[in-house]
Design a protein around this ligand. Structure first.
Ligand SMILES: NC(=O)c1ccc[n+]([C@@H]2O[C@H](COP(=O)([O-])OP(=O)(O)OC[C@H]3O[C@@H](n4cnc5c(N)ncnc54)[C@H](O)[C@@H]3O)[C@@H](O)[C@H]2O)c1
Length: 372
């Protein structure tokens, strides 16, 4: 039997919107659009990430929309290359050619890279077109499609141009995860574990107890896990949509060190793999500085082993390079960085630290986290 769950995001400043999660929602997209949008679209432009355009489910979506709407499809290359200003300009031309108006609905179907590109495009074209996101990776379902942050890369600088722009609806059909490569699924699980460790420990229990079912894409477990994760993300976005209140920074847990490793690795590791190593190292730092119960560190290390995510840095990645990237982290304000710490599972705090101090602590700690 099909199951549909609904989480409402109520951001601090922007209008509220639903996240609809289930295993048969794609066939109902026209109905959802008619019900949820105040203005009926004059046309719909679907931006779809390759290879999602080749998945049968995507055809179901298109068929469903074409029964009611004049629908255009734009196929977007997979990965970070399309998340660039060149593609934004290309699609601005396209929208102009098809005479998109402010009543034209943009739908983004794909992972976080596609969502970031389409979110940015929708926010700037005619000062904002309505946006619906249909995330297709675990990471984009639990994280990037919710909360309104978007960005594209320029001059090799990741996420340097971006806006806050909330979607009108997020539609999550878990059948998309059936075709997702296992490495991408596990990568998304790192963000799920992040919510468990920082906000809701029930999530940690599900990942520990039902990992085999998750790998087999058991729909019920995945719906539970995605819904609980979306609730965590929504809770934070509702409290602090624009990272002004020292709350939203908790979503960066593991990401300060993780981003440093990711940037220095030059594509050898996925985002989630780096976040997993980052959470372990940041929890270790928390223990050494007296903020964190050692059980947090041991739980993270245990989980990384049981779900097959790395907990060590590959030897090929230069420590100096990692530290250099961390030093210029974009969360830094002047000489200070706001670092999320976890006291015990589900309890967090944002602490302010001199970046030079953080670098010197990490200089010692990182050494212990290299593969032998
Ligand atoms: N805006 C935010 O709040 C936020 C948060 C976290 C991450 N991000 C961004 O998200 C991006 C990473 O997102 P991601 O992990 O989803 O990666 P991704 O979008 O690059 O997708 C990963 C890979 O999976 C493929 N894919 C997608 N759905 C599939 C499916 N159902 N079946 C088979 N293959 C599929 C894609 O084509 C791609 O090759 C990064 O650019 C990151 O900066 C943004």
């Amino acid at each position: 039997m099909s199951r549909i769950e609904r989480v409402i995001v109520k951001p601090t400043y922007s209008p509220e919107y639903p996240v609809i999660i289930g295993d048969s929602v794609l066939e109902k997209v026209s109905e959802i659009i008619q019900r949820e949008l105040q203005q009926s679209p004059d046309k719909i432009v679907i931006f779809v990430q390759e290879p999602v355009n080749k998945i049968d489910l995507f055809n179901k979506l298109v068929e469903n929309l074409r029964e009611t709407y004049n629908t255009y499809i734009v196929e977007v290359p997979s990965g970070e290359t399309a998340k660039s200003i060149d593609y934004v300009l290309k699609y601005v031309h396209y929208l102009h050619d098809i005479q998109a108006t402010r009543a034209t609905l943009i739908i983004g179907v794909g992972g976080g890279a596609l969502g970031d590109l389409v979110g940015f495009l929708s926010s700037i074209y005619l000062r904002g077109l309505p946006l619906v996101l249909i995330p297709t990776t675990l990471l984009s379902m639990v994280d990037s499609s919710i909360g309104g942050k978007n960005a594209v890369n320029l001059f090799n600088i990741k996420n340097v141009l971006g806006t806050f722009y909330q979607p009108k609806i997020v539609i999550e059909d878990l059948r998309f995860l059936d075709t997702l490569p296992e490495r991408e699924l596990k990568s998304g699980l790192a963000e799920v574990v992040k919510y468990g460790v920082t906000i809701n420990p029930t999530i940690v229990k599900i990942v520990e107890n039902d990992f085999d079912k998750i790998l087999k894409r058991d729909r019920d477990i995945l719906i539970d896990l995605v819904k609980l994760s979306v609730e965590c993300k929504a809770w934070i976005v509702n409290l602090d949509e624009r990272e002004e209140k020292d709350v939203r920074q908790i979503l960066n847990y593991g990401h300060t060190v993780g981003h440093g490793i990711e940037a220095a690795a030059g594509g050898a590791l996925t985002h989630g793999e780096c976040v997993m190593i980052g959470m372990i190292i940041e929890s270790d730092l928390g223990v050494r500085l007296g903020y964190t119960d050692k059980l947090v560190w041991s739980k993270l290390t245990e989980i990384s082993k049981s779900i097959g995510l790395p907990n060590k840095i590959p030897k090929s990645i230069d420590k100096r390079e990692i530290l250099k990237k961390i030093e210029y982290d974009k969360k830094r304000v002047g000489t200070i960085i706001k670092l999320p710490v976890v006291h015990r599972l589900g309890e967090f705090e944002i602490v302010k630290m001199e970046i030079s101090k953080l670098i010197s602590y990490l200089d010692n700690i990182l050494e212990e986290y290299y593969e032998k």
